[in-house]
Design a protein around this ligand. Structure first.
Ligand code: HEM
Length: 543
């Protein structure tokens, strides 16, 4: 054993990862030899020896995988920084990203490499042959293992093609009336809540409004108001269930159990909506939500295939026309991924947007001026795409918020085969590699004064729009966010309308500027606000 410990530092050779198996084999042999000489020693001696050997093996393996990259020079035996990862602190992430372009940790058996520069992050996102998105085990139980988001490679690309049209410009125009309906309902509610003039934390209200907007957009009026309420109020249980470390089985009355229960409710509700949408689309009704649009495209594809078969249509069928008619539960599972992917990120973005607008009256004044101008002076003009196209400043505010406080700070990927990330470092197969988004979005070489919230940098002559490679808010590569244009449009519509109809004050606390990590990032104090009516929510002439 003494010999193994003495040699351990030589195992940490930077380029040695690809030949990592060799020393393990010799370690196994040594253990075997030791086994033979253990005869005659007490049980305690044997236990202590095995324990010390295991600790040594764990250390050696860690140092071997770490190679030359930044990371602790010693791993807390077996568990590593597991306790820290239970309650992640933003400052700790920041310190890690600043520790080097590549850094690492090892938690239990999992070796994790963090890629902190823009170019390394982009390389990970754009290397589907080596990496695939990594989800915590419970995500598969919540979304169901056969869900499309767990597809890889060609299968994933093919499936995604059939979904792209659901967030096209034309589709987004169709979603706007439903979104505006939800804004009206929630603005009214916030004014009610604020009637006593007391500031309250609004983070959970922003979660609720985003959930309700998503549900109206994705499944329209097929879902009942009661179900919207039930899902909006309980969705946080799904987020809570997605902790990094969970038991492998779902134990009743634990976070994962509550999360799964909520997810099953959503899946059954969406499957019921899919059945109703199929009837409506088969009857030739106009689509009014994402589910309708997708089912309509399935019906069109089926009809096109029939015509091809009968020879009525000639030539190669378009890729988008090749989708089949999915079952109600398959449709439900896919639509659920949209809710799942959007909910936490959108809630984070909205919370920061409302906080930042209250903190910056100069920015709020410009947003209001633009909102009224594009509506031709009529604050009650309903939203449409042409109106949104003209909101140049409001768009700049949204994009700057997403840069300044990006909801998603890192995206974990699983390494499928050993991956040469730099000249000197190869990430071993089976490790996790995490491209980070935050450092690229705060890069002082690209953004002037990156720690300042400055929407003007997105206007003509500003530096931000040209920095395409640094714009990693929505990832990049084959898994780039499917809903990114829709998300930006939703935020512009929501804060634009809110700025016209309401005043709100931010009651700052010592934690307002601190960043809390709860799947995405939020102000540590959950954003204390008070809303006041600026204009009656309904035009004075209507009853
Ligand atoms: C502020 C809001 C949002 C942010 C910051 C965000 C960010 C992201 C990021 C970073 C990824 C991973 C990309 C990658 O691995 O390269 C992603 C994937 C995804 N997002 Fe978003 N997202 C947002 C809103 C939405 C919305 C509203 C939807 C749906 C309508 C959506 C649907 C998806 C889907 C389906 C994926 C997985 C795509 C795939 O694996 O092919 N996201 N998003």
């Amino acid at each position: 054993m003494a010999e193994i410990t003495a040699n351990s530092s030589t195992f940490a050779h930077p380029s040695a990862v690809s030949s990592a198996e060799q020393p393990f084999q010799s370690l196994v042999n040594t253990v075997g030899e030791l086994g033979k000489s253990l005869e005659g020693i007490s049980a305690w001696q044997a236990i202590i020896t095995i324990l010390l050997l295991s600790v040594t093996y764990d250390q050696v393996r860690y140092l071997w995988q770490k190679g030359s990259i930044a990371g602790p020079s010693f791993k807390i035996p077996f568990m590593g920084p597991f306790l820290e990862s239970m309650n992640p602190k933003f400052s700790e992430y920041l310190a890690k990203w600043n520790s080097g372009p590549l850094s690492c940790v090892s938690v239990f058996h999992k070796f994790v490499v963090i890629a902190s520069t823009r170019d390394l992050a982009r390389k990970v996102f754009n290397s589907p042959a080596y990496v695939s998105p990594c989800v915590v085990d419970v995500a598969k139980k919540i979304l169901r293992p056969s869900n499309w988001v767990f597809l890889d490679g060609k299968n994933h690309v093919e499936y995604r093609k059939g979904l792209n049209g659901l967030f096209s410009r034309q589709a987004m125009g169709m979603y706007l009336p439903g979104q505006e309906e939800i804004y009206d309902t929630y603005f009214k509610r916030w004014l009610e809540i604020s009637k006593d003039g007391k500031p309250r934390p609004y983070m959970s209200e922003f979660r609720d409004i985003n959930c309700a907007v998503s549900l109206r957009t994705f499944v329209g009026h097929y879902i009942t108001d009661e179900a919207v309420k039930e899902i909006s109020e309980n969705y946080y249980k799904i987020t809570e269930a997605l902790e990094l470390v969970n038991f492998p089985i779902i134990i009743p009355f634990t976070k994962t159990w509550y999360g799964k229960k909520c997810a099953d409710f959503v899946l059954n509700e969406f499957a019921r909506c899919a059945a109703l949408s199929k009837v409506a689309m088969e009857a030739g009704k106009e689509p009014g939500c994402t589910m309708d649009a997708w089912i309509k495209s399935m019906i069109e594809a089926r009809e096109a295939a029939k015509k091809h078969e009968s020879g009525e249509l000639e030539g190669e069928m378009k890729a988008s026309a090749k989708i089949r008619v999915f079952s109600d539960m398959e449709i439900s599972m896919t639509i659920f991924t949209f809710l799942f992917a959007s909910q936490d990120a959108s809630s984070s973005a909205s919370t920061w947007q409302f906080q930042l607008l209250a903190d910056r009256p100069d920015v709020m004044a410009k947003v209001r001026e633009e909102q009224l101008r594009v509506r031709g002076g009529d604050p009650y003009k309903r939203l449409d795409l042409d109106l949104i196209d003209q909101m140049v400043y409001t768009r700049a505010v949204v994009k700057e918020q997403l840069r300044y406080r990006p909801p998603v700070i890192m995206v974990p990927y699983e390494v499928k085969k050993s991956f040469k990330l730099t000249e000197n470092y190869t990430v071993p197969k089976g490790a996790m590699v995490i491209p980070t988004l935050y450092p690229a979005l705060h890069d002082p070489e690209v953004y002037n004064d990156p720690e300042a919230f400055n929407p003007d940098r997105w206007l003509e002559g500003g530096e931000a729009e040209a920095a395409k490679k640094n714009w990693l808010v929505f990832g990049t590569g084959p898994h780039v966010c499917l809903g990114q244009n829709y998300a930006i449009m939703n935020f512009m519509s929501m804060i634009g309308k809110a700025s016209l109809m309401m005043d709100w004050e931010h009651h700052t606390t010592p934690q307002s500027e601190d960043i809390k990590v709860f799947a995405t990032i939020f102000p540590e104090d959950d954003c204390h606000l008070v809303f006041k009516e600026r204009l009656p929510l309904t035009p004075p002439t209507s009853s």
